[in-house]
Design a protein around this ligand. Structure first.
Ligand SMILES: Nc1nc2c(ncn2[C@@H]2O[C@H](COP(=O)(O)OP(=O)(O)OP(=O)(O)O)[C@@H](O)[C@H]2O)c(=O)[nH]1
Ligand SMILES: [Mg+2]
Length: 446
């Protein structure tokens, strides 16, 4: 796509056709639905799609904003919860922040759920030091009685932290001032990274000594993260690193030898690949939890907000499970008894058609075996499945969608999480389990 102009006559660019004539390039990253596009629109005067559900921005978008006579090219990156896995949006975000040319990355956070958002901040700090943390939705946090000490968070993270209300353009001036000073190197940043298990740290050091020698000078900061990814054995990320930095990792004898040494170290503490990854994730989560508890406090009206009151009942130890049993019981009852009526109607309709099919076969002088194959075999089986399965599904799914829209499903998942973890899965499987139970009932009992 080509170039276009906004109402103020500034040049606007599509991300697929980035023009680096701007003075500075700034990434806008963060979890989904935290206000990245709202900030982007406020600053550039563009109209990126915004709305109150996650995943609206699906590819990088870019636009120019001017501050203190300098042009900043802002790039609105699709929201992601992490940059560790291999899902498409995580790859886009990770590769862009890691390898594309940028002077700074603004990580936008939702002030109402800081801890979850800080997990991503810690991951991004591993791939770029020039980070500005922007705590958005401060107005919503205030309404809920959440108070955030930005200075304290700044000390913990080692990068600047500003708070904003994206819809109020005035609040973005402070953000732009900070971006300006970082881009002009008025401040040097030394982020405080997550510290992993001491043995893992030793392994990283071993790999780091070699990686720092082969990596391009301007990407030296990435050496620690690349070392970690090599130890993790994440082939997809490694291939992307090889391609973007033009270095050889997969068939590198020296790296293979270091990896052998590292395997011995990890064997000594009995750390398999799975538990290695688990340990990395827990360390990041632990750091986010610690940072959050040191800088977030709650005013007196915190617990009196409507959602937290509802939450405290729906997920409480005393009422959570009984309420869940009542809700699920009601859904099963509506599905099972409610489905009987349309099932009977469908069944009589299919029987009526079946009689007509017999007459048709007789009229066409089909041999008995063919009539039996087509009508008693194919038609009767299909009509039985449709009349038994369609009505419960048509009742069950809308009811579950309603529970999802009301926000009950995540609470259900929370209530069942402990129990599901004992069998090696998570509470999120609750919907799959309910679907399984319904199918089981209709196939085996009916
Ligand atoms: N109250 C309040 N609402 C905000 C603020 N910033 C954004 N919003 C609203 O939050 C919702 C999400 O904003 P978006 O800008 O679409 O979020 P995003 O981060 O781009 O979302 P994705 O593209 O899906 O990752 C929209 O309804 C915005 O109007 C804020 O500071 N305060
Ligand atoms: Mg967006």
């Amino acid at each position: 796509m080509g170039l276009s102009w906004n109402s103020t006559g500034r040049k606007l660019l599509d991300s697929d056709n980035l023009d680096y004539n701007s003075d500075f390039i700034i990434n806008l990253a963060g979890n989904p639905n935290v206000g990245k596009s709202t900030i982007f629109n406020s600053l550039t005067g563009l109209h990126q799609h915004t709305g109150n559900w996650p995943g609206k921005t699906v590819s990088n978008a870019s636009g120019i904003t001017t501050f203190k006579n300098k042009n900043f090219l802002l790039i609105d990156i699709p929201g992601t919860y992490s940059i560790m896995s291999n899902s498409e949006e995580e790859e886009i975000a990770r590769d862009h922040i890691c390898f594309a040319k940028a002077d700074a990355t603004i990580v936008v956070l939702d002030a109402t759920c800081l801890e979850r958002n800080l997990n991503l901040v810690y991951q991004i700090l591993e791939i770029t030091p020039n980070v500005i943390v922007c705590i958005n939705l401060i107005d919503e946090a205030r309404k809920k009685g959440i108070i955030i000490d930005t200075k304290s968070l700044e000390n913990i993270l080692g990068v600047p932290v500003v708070s904003t209300i994206a819809k109020k353009k005035k609040t973005l001036t402070n953000l732009m001032k900070t971006v300006y000073s970082i881009c002009n190197k008025e401040k040097t940043l030394s982020p405080n990274l997550v510290t992993y298990n001491p043995v893992i740290e030793n392994c990283i050091q071993l790999m780091h000594k070699y990686i720092i020698k082969i990596i391009p000078k301007e990407k030296e900061y990435l050496a620690r993260w690349i070392s970690l990814k090599i130890i993790e054995g994440n082939t997809k990320i490694i291939t992307s690193i090889e391609k973007n930095l033009n270095i050889k990792i997969l068939n590198n004898e020296k790296i293979t030898r270091i990896l052998d040494e590292i395997s011995c170290l990890l064997c000594n503490i009995d750390l398999s690949t799975d538990s290695f990854n688990q340990s990395i994730i827990s360390s990041i989560m632990h750091s986010a939890e610690k940072a959050c508890s040191s800088c977030v406090s709650y005013s007196e009206n915190y617990n009196s907000t409507k959602t937290s009151r509802i939450d405290s009942i729906l997920t409480s130890k005393k009422y959570g499970i009984p309420i869940m049993i009542v809700f699920l019981g009601l859904i099963f009852w509506l599905t099972i008894t409610g489905a009987n009526y349309p099932s009977e109607l469908l069944s009589s309709f299919f029987t009526f058609i079946q009689d007509k099919l017999y007459i048709g076969c007789e009229f066409l002088r089909f041999p008995n075996w063919l009539t039996s194959l087509l009508v008693d075999g194919v038609y009767q089986t299909v009509s039985w499945i449709v009349s038994v399965m369609l009505p419960p599904m048509a009742i069950f799914f809308p009811l579950f969608t309603l529970l999802e829209d009301l926000g009950y499903l995540p609470r259900l998942a929370f209530n069942l999480d402990n129990c599901f973890r004992k069998s090696g899965t998570s509470g999120k499987q609750a919907l799959t389990m309910c679907m399984g139970v319904t199918k089981w009932y209709f196939f085996l009992i009916k």
